[in-house]
Design a protein around this ligand. Structure first.
Ligand SMILES: [Zn+2]
Length: 400
């Protein structure tokens, strides 16, 4: 049996006045996703327990079949795993966004999608000024970077009570009430504060201002945690997996679960990603593993930017270039199952992730066929198949 999981990140949404009361999924032309529902069923699952933040970290951990109540320790350790960074028992990874804050307002949580080259230069200066044996500033991709806290013999100051707000939750809002709080927050706030003067006249920012681009005014620290103690996916579920994604968080999850990571040229994690290349890479990977997962960040990014047209376009590209060819390839090779589902809703109205159920489409060998014919929040809402503990969906998908 071959399994394919397609994750259009954050695609679940609310009815839009601009779409005549339809959701983006309902307005988009997605015949391949509808065909999955028509050949199988539509259902809904909630991947974010009420007391945890509705991040892609929590939600994708659940989507891949691990109870976030037990295993979630923070986003940054997952991204550290993606980069092959080993964390000792007293080490913590901390997410280090490059952001644009003006007048204490979060103007841009990506610092204008600062380039990786620019980010690397800014992080190198932070390492010189603030780094050492205890703190390592590690460049990643664009605005998504890390700080590694090395505790050595001493336990790190952070705990599950440390509160740090994801900067994408603060878009266009005042940041004054959302600086880190709780154990270890003094250190986080101090580093964030010191970055302001270090960045103010940095050559990267001088150059960006000259070009009319938003400068990286601050670092924003969040997502801190130790490495989660997950058992490999093959041990828990008896299947070998492979992950196709442009996002470090998902690459890290895959690494921790013992999945193969497949790099695809042209996969950007943004609206301009090469959808067809991802579809081809997934088909090429099918013979080698039991389960191929294709994650696409674009619908989530479109929501963060409040762009309904881009969200619909992303869904249509995923449908045409990923779901359609994969479903066809699966049908041509024997027993299979295909699951299409986002991790969490990202409503255009709020431009940020939310709690709540997301719709999923499931078809293939042995899957009960229901009467639904389209993939949407509405059809999922009236389905009898619902998982309040979203992490239990994986075993249902695998037929166990
Ligand atoms: Zn997400």
């Amino acid at each position: 049996m071959k399994y394919v999981l397609v994750i259009p990140d954050g695609c679940a949404d609310e009815p839009q006045a601009s779409l005549g009361g339809r959701t983006p999924l309902e307005a988009a032309d997605i015949p391949a996703m509808d065909a999955v529902v028509a050949a199988g069923l539509v259902g809904r699952a909630n991947h974010v327990p009420p007391h945890l933040p509705p991040g892609s970290d929590v939600a994708n951990l659940s989507l891949l079949g691990y109870d976030p109540n037990v295993y979630f320790t923070g986003r940054a350790p997952l991204e550290a795993a993606a980069q092959g960074i080993e964390l000792g028992p007293n080490d913590c990874a901390i997410r280090c966004n490059l952001v644009t804050i003006e007048d204490q307002t979060m103007r841009d949580f990506t610092a204008g999608h600062v380039s990786t080259e620019e980010a690397t230069a800014l992080l190198a200066t932070l390492q010189t000024e603030l780094g050492g044996t205890r703190l390592e500033f590690v460049p990643g991709v664009s605005y998504r970077n890390l700080v590694i806290y090395r505790g050595g013999e001493t336990a790190p100051p952070f705990s599950s009570d440390t509160r740090a707000t994801p900067p994408h939750d603060l878009t266009d809002k005042s940041v004054l009430d959302d600086y880190p709080r709780g154990p270890g927050s003094d250190l986080l706030n101090q580093l964030m504060h010191e970055s302001v003067s270090i960045f103010a006249d940095h050559p990267v920012n001088v150059h960006r201002r000259q070009k009319g681009l938003p400068p990286a005014t601050n670092i924003w620290l969040w997502g801190q945690g130790r490495t989660p103690a997950v058992r490999p996916f093959a041990e828990v579920y008896g299947k070998q997996g492979a992950m196709i994604t442009a996002v470090d968080l998902l690459r890290g999850l895959a690494a921790l679960l013992g999945w193969r990571r497949i790099d695809v040229a042209g996969a950007t994690g943004y609206l301009d990603t090469d959808y067809a290349a991802k579809g081809r890479a997934a088909i090429a990977a099918l013979p080698d593993v039991d389960l191929v997962c294709v994650h696409v960040e674009a619908p989530d990014e479109a929501s963060h930017e409040g762009r309904v047209d881009e969200k619909i376009k992303a869904l249509e590209q995923i449908d045409r270039h990923i779901v359609a060819p994969l479903h066809e390839a699966l049908r041509g090779q024997g027993d299979y199952r295909i699951l299409v589902t986002p991790d969490h809703p990202t409503p255009l109205r709020t431009k940020t992730h939310s709690h709540g159920f997301v719709p999923f489409a499931l078809a293939g060998t042995g899957v009960t066929v229901d009467t639904a014919r389209t993939y949407s929040e509405t059809t999922a809402g009236s389905s009898a198949v619902a998982f309040a503990d979203g992490w239990k969906l994986m075993r249902y998908f695998l037929g166990g």
